[in-house]
Design a protein around this ligand. Sequence first.
Ligand code: FAD
Length: 511
Amino acid sequence: MVPYRSILIVGGGTAGWMAAAYLQRVLGSNPELPVQIRLVEAPEIGSIGVGEATVPTLQATLQAMGIPESALFTQADATLKNGIRFVGWKHGGSAASDRYDHPFDPPVTLAGHSTMVHWMNLHQRGLSTKAFDEAGGVQTALYEKNLSPKFLNSPDYQAPITYAYHLDAIKLATLLRTVATSRGVQHSQGEVTEVEVGEAGIQAVRLKDGQRLTADLYIDCTGFASLLIGKALDVPWVSYADSLLCDRAVACPIAHPDAQQPLRSYTTATARGAGWTWEIDLQTRTGTGYVYSSAHCSDDEALATLRQLHGSAVPMAEPRLLKMRIGHRARMWEKNCLALGLAGGFIEPLESTGIYLIERALQSFLDYLPATPSATQGRSKFNALMGDLYDELRDFILLHYIISGRRDTPFWRDYTEEVAVPPSLQELLDLWNEKLPHNTDIQRKQSLFASGNYFYILAGLNRLPSQGIGPARYLPPAVSQEALAHIAKIRAAAVQQSPTMREYTQKMRAL
Ligand SMILES: Cc1cc2nc3c(=O)[nH]c(=O)nc-3n(C[C@H](O)[C@H](O)[C@H](O)COP(=O)(O)OP(=O)(O)OC[C@H]3O[C@@H](n4cnc5c(N)ncnc54)[C@H](O)[C@@H]3O)c2cc1C
């Protein structure tokens, strides 16, 4: 007995096509137990078309879908990402005086202690003036010369260091569509204008042309429209608007000044008067945008800020204004309807978690796939897990703002002095006032961000423990000096051996 023999995905953005390709691979490949998967989308409505930076989990997801890594470079304009560079978040200064990096690779353990402990040991004694992101890990060495985390001969989805991708979201959806439809997913075009609801959830959707489509399971991938889970099933919305203030974005790609322009192997997130701007180098263009709070900045002012960022660079399209609803549905799996992507919720894109949330929801959905459609235990567990994950991401994003030293605009004063800090984050901050972060401090059901991720932000913004720091007090400085000297050696070797990002993408395109 299988619970679902037919699945209807409504919406053909990244969420819809990722669901189609993933579920077809996992549920639809047994000819003795056919599961019919259909995706319907309204081309005239279009997808949001942003979502250019990712986190490392995407590697495993693409691999699980059987997609060769080279396809990203030939079909989705991809480059590799070592992490994020934050500019202007400490006090509003320039890249020379005010920046810190959040790379993917976690701090390693040397001589029995994490590099967080070694660095604190030296820092508190005044024996090291280097920032943690430079002294405590290898990956930021790759930022400076625009180097690739992969060697030219690294096999698919493998590298000496953790990495993710920058890519064109529309091209990624097209790639996933090609994969899904070639493997049997049916594709319909048409606008859903009516959703029939009954006791068991969704009964059918009706298209503008009169067609009526039915399935055992419906997946809402309609973006911010949230047509099935929101409008039809009326599942309540959990808003994060009181703690995450940015609710709009303006996005616009710009041309590279020349075809051999060095490609930055990190995302740049620059703090601005009412939010932050992103710059993401793809092979053929740079994606840019300003994420801002509409209570602190008009659309015209946001546009002007983005144009200032562009300088003399040539915009490749008209800037697009986007409204963002920050929070999530109280239940992302309700009866026979699962919501993925923006239909289920959204956290502003500072740490590139949008696509990750789609991946995570798909994996958890399969983990809790019920024995019968009416079983409720797994569904409740799924909803609790997803709710907790959203809370975790909210806390992690909020951390970047509330511990900033900026007070120069009403936006920054509101964030640092007025905003509602959830108890879950406040408890961590209080604890980390006394000690260095450890993974056991973060009591979440599942976590994307571990203690090392938090420490990159805390150290970057000078929010270090004000009192003693546990084991580091007892550690002879020479042990820590040796440990960090070892890191410095590996950094130098990594710079020697790594190709530039441009060299790497050229090699991948030539395969
Ligand atoms: C400013 C901004 C920046 C972002 N940056 C990142 C990032 O760097 N990294 C990241 O991981 N994520 C990012 N995201 C999130 C990312 O864009 C989304 O998670 C991802 O694109 C998934 O979108 P979606 O498929 O849920 O929705 P959409 O792309 O909006 O797709 C919705 C689909 O539903 C269809 N549809 C709507 N109504 C109907 C209807 N009535 N009938 C039929 N079909 C319908 C549309 O045709 C479309 O195909 C960002 C989001 C924003 C707003």
